[in-house]
Ligand binder design. Structure first.
Ligand code: BG6
Length: 485
């Protein structure tokens, strides 16, 4: 791992869930791998004042529960020594003068300005007040190496995303803003472009000439966990489809970029978002989109509650937890090829995958048996299994002449000595390096809202007969006979 210049990493919302589950474990691993500059400093913000010992316990607990604490490789004390805590309520900016003096003291000791990263690991309603606080930090004046990291949701619709982007751009340039979509940091997701553009044998087939349809599945067995308040505001359309699902679709559908630089890749994704056919009438939406909400049921042997029985959820809530949709891309390459997206909570199996189904051979050479020939398909298993499988037909050995499907497979677990970075580890590393390829750009975010907004308003004015699927199934009945295993 190439070495990174020293940094000050400010975690707003350091004592929150995301920080505990993802950020702290990721930072620890990156230090452990010796890729980060040891002199770096992490500023840990909490809403209410915390004693140093309380912060240390929080960090220890985070590493024990969600990280890979290995004292012999990287002692906990060494990691804890990098942390300085500070607190403040976003509604009282005067509380943050402490942060300012902290940074000025650091600078006096360092005698130079280091790159400073502001990670907003906070609920959306605190983003703007937090930005106001950052704007006032003297350390940032004339500091050309400052970065801002924000988590989805980026706004709540197109108008609010535009507003947010406008506010962000008052103090940060686009090159300094890192919008996290953690799906883009997954190794298996990054591999889609390598598989497509690192081989010459697949790309000629990657079009309407040979592809019959594409299925993207993001199926979860978990419910909304303790996030009732968040989920009631967002539902699956804003939580998964507007970001993760459309990003996956763009990686499958995009043209090859002129080079592998971040803006070139993002430019090509933008073209896909622009070409996704918009639904022009309510009838078109109803024909192509199905929503669902989970009822109680049995998931992996355990009885679970219905969505409406979850904490902080309205007893007659119409918030969708399932999405099934058929999209088309109006481009030379993809015209007429359906892209199905299916995503949901409390489904039968945890699986995220992309399946490319190819058309059958044009000639029925093997007689009757050829009408049952299995389609060629390529499956990118994103998680929990990490593999790529290609299904082709062969002659089954014996005296009969019939084609039999077999698979050619690559499994990540077969690679020895691989550097196994989690999505957050990879993304944080890229932030340090200043590589934005795996982050969403402002125009992309706005286009994704442009696709999703009409669906949200259509369904919010409609009676939805929820709940309409039992937990532990594949969701409500769909018109499309999608592949399930
Ligand atoms: C998050 C969503 O962005 O992604 C969650 O807010 C969802 O609702 C999660 O559970 C899924 O992530 P992963 O990496 O487990 O597929």
């Amino acid at each position: 791992m190439s070495s990174i210049s020293p940094f000050i990493f400010v975690i707003f919302g350091g004592d929150g869930n995301l920080s505990k589950k993802k950020l702290i474990p990721a930072l620890y691993t990156l230090f452990k791998l010796q890729g980060l500059n040891e002199k770096s400093i992490i500023l840990f913000h909490s809403l209410n004042p915390l004693e140093k010992i309380e912060m240390n316990n929080f960090i220890k607990n985070s590493l024990e529960s969600f990280g890979t604490l290995q004292e012999e490789q990287y002692p906990l004390d060494r990691f804890l020594n990098k942390f300085i805590n500070f607190s403040g309520d976003f509604n009282s900016p005067e509380n943050f003068t402490h942060l300012n003096s902290l940074l000025c003291n650091i600078q006096d000791t360092l005698k130079e300005k280091w790159q400073i990263i502001f990670y907003l690991s906070i609920p959306p309603e605190f983003i703007l007040p937090c930005l106001k606080i950052i704007e006032k930090i003297k350390y940032c004046e004339n500091n050309e190496d400052k970065k801002l990291v924000i988590e989805k949701p980026f706004g709540n619709n197109l108008a609010s995303a535009k507003f947010l982007n406008k506010e962000l751009s008052k103090f940060f340039s686009e090159k300094e803003i890192y919008r996290i979509d953690h799906y883009l940091g997954k190794e298996t997701v990054q591999n889609i472009l390598f598989f497509r553009f690192g081989n010459s044998i697949f790309e000629p087939l990657w079009s309407r000439e040979y592809v019959d349809h594409v299925e993207i599945t993001i199926s979860e067995t978990i419910g909304i966990e303790k996030r009732g308040l968040f989920y009631e505001k967002n539902g699956i359309l804003k939580d998964i489809i507007q970001n993760h699902a459309l990003q996956l679709l763009a990686l499958v559908a995009m043209e090859y970029p002129p080079n592998f630089q971040s803006d070139s890749i993002r430019d090509e994704k933008i073209k896909v978002f622009k070409s996704i056919k918009r639904f022009l009438t309510p009838e078109q939406i109803d024909e192509n989109i199905i929503l669902g909400q989970y009822d109680s049921g049995i998931v992996q042997g355990e009885r679970v509650l219905s969505y409406r029985e979850e904490e902080n959820v309205e007893s007659h809530s119409n918030t969708p937890t399932f999405f099934g949709g058929k999209f088309e891309i109006e481009s030379w390459r993809w015209s007429g090829v359906p892209f199905y997206i299916r995503a949901g909570k409390r489904l039968k199996k945890k699986v995220t995958e992309i399946a490319i189904f190819f058309k059958n051979p044009p000639l029925n050479l093997f007689g009757k048996s050829c009408s049952q020939i299995a389609p060629n398909k390529i499956i990118f298993s994103i998680q929990p299994e990490e593999k790529i499988e290609i299904f082709v037909n062969m002659k089954y050995p014996g005296d009969k002449n019939y084609p039999h499907p077999i698979k050619l497979a690559f499994d990540y677990s077969s690679l020895e000595n691989r550097l196994n970075l989690t999505a957050y580890e990879r993304l944080i590393l890229d932030i340090f390096k200043g590589d934005q390829s795996l982050f969403a750009r402002q125009d992309g975010i706005e286009l994704m809202w442009d696709i999703i907004d009409p669906l949200v308003s259509h369904f919010s004015n409609k009676f939805l007969d929820f709940p309409n699927y039992s937990s532990g199934t594949w969701g409500p009945k769909q018109r499309w006979n999608l592949y399930e295993d």
